[in-house]
Design a protein around this ligand. Structure first.
Ligand code: PGA
Length: 253
């Protein structure tokens, strides 16, 4: 049975003090959830204080990072290693977010190296995949996602993929207020699971959690989460307000 994951991607929002404040507000709103696991991914500058606070509060919130560099240490000015994240009790690491692919220019090979490094450090990658509007309109959405899966997962085995999280995030739905319909989300999440079954076997496909991301809000979360192959959400904008994010995490109630 896959437990849905509701993960908040705070992007480049929230100072350290604001991040701590948001977690203080959020923690009591997401306790005792039976139907979902909750994670927050603050900016790197807030990870240390948020990690300490989560532990002090005994909060039922996992900690995630938004990115990582795929080396243990070295002369990589400005970068953060998986070991540094692991030392702060980070459990999840987002890799291959479309903003990093498009704005920073990350390619599939680099993202595959990140996945390898995150797995080797004992954390769980959240691999993001998704198509542009142009690709969707040209009928190429599945081919785009398939290509990303193939290239980004090639260094992992079935057992590792079983424990991973894959987030389907159509680029045209991110931060635009345009959500994929529940059927669109289901179609692609089910396509991802079938592809994993073909490439890595039934067991990996049955266990891997496939999330939907792109303008998830309190008023559309329940219908998206009700779809068979949608195992949670990666939430951007709506994760910045404790009440909204908690309402999404409480979709089962
Ligand atoms: P959004 O972002 O919820 O603001 O659309 C989602 C994401 O980029 O992960």
């Amino acid at each position: 049975m896959r437990k849905p994951l509701i993960a908040g991607n705070w992007k480049m929002y929230k100072s350290n003090a604001e991040a701590v404040e948001l977690v203080r507000e959020l923690a009591p709103l997401v306790t005792g959830l039976k139907d979902a696991e909750v994670a927050v991914c603050p900016p790197f500058t807030a990870l240390s204080d948020v990690s300490r606070l989560l532990s002090d509060l005994g909060a039922e919130i996992s900690l995630g990072a938004q990115d990582v560099y795929p080396e243990k240490e070295g002369a990589f000015t400005g970068e953060i290693s998986p070991l540094m994240l692991k030392a702060l009790d980070v459990a999840y690491v987002i890799a291959g977010h479309s903003e990093r692919r498009e704005i920073i220019g990350e390619d599939d090979e680099f993202i595959a190296a990140k996945l390898r490094a995150v797995l080797d450090a004992g954390m769980t990658p959240i691999l993001c995949v998704g198509e542009t509007l142009q690709e969707r309109e040209a009928g190429g959405a599945a081919a785009k996602v398939e290509g990303q899966l193939e290239a980004c997962l090639k260094g992992a085995d079935g057992g590792e993929i079983a424990g991973m999280v894959i987030a389907y995030e159509p680029i045209w739905a991110i931060g635009t207020g345009k959500t994929a319909t529940p059927d669109d989300a289901q179609d692609m999440c089910s396509f991802i699971r079938r592809w994993i079954s073909g490439a890595y076997g039934e067991d990996a496909a049955a266990a891997v959690r496939v999330l939907y991301g792109g303008s998830v809000k309190p008023d559309n979360a329940a219908e998206l989460m009700a779809m068979e192959d949608v195992d949670g959400a990666l939430v951007g904008g709506a994760s910045l307000k404790a009440a909204d994010f908690a309402a999404i995490a409480n979709f089962g109630r």
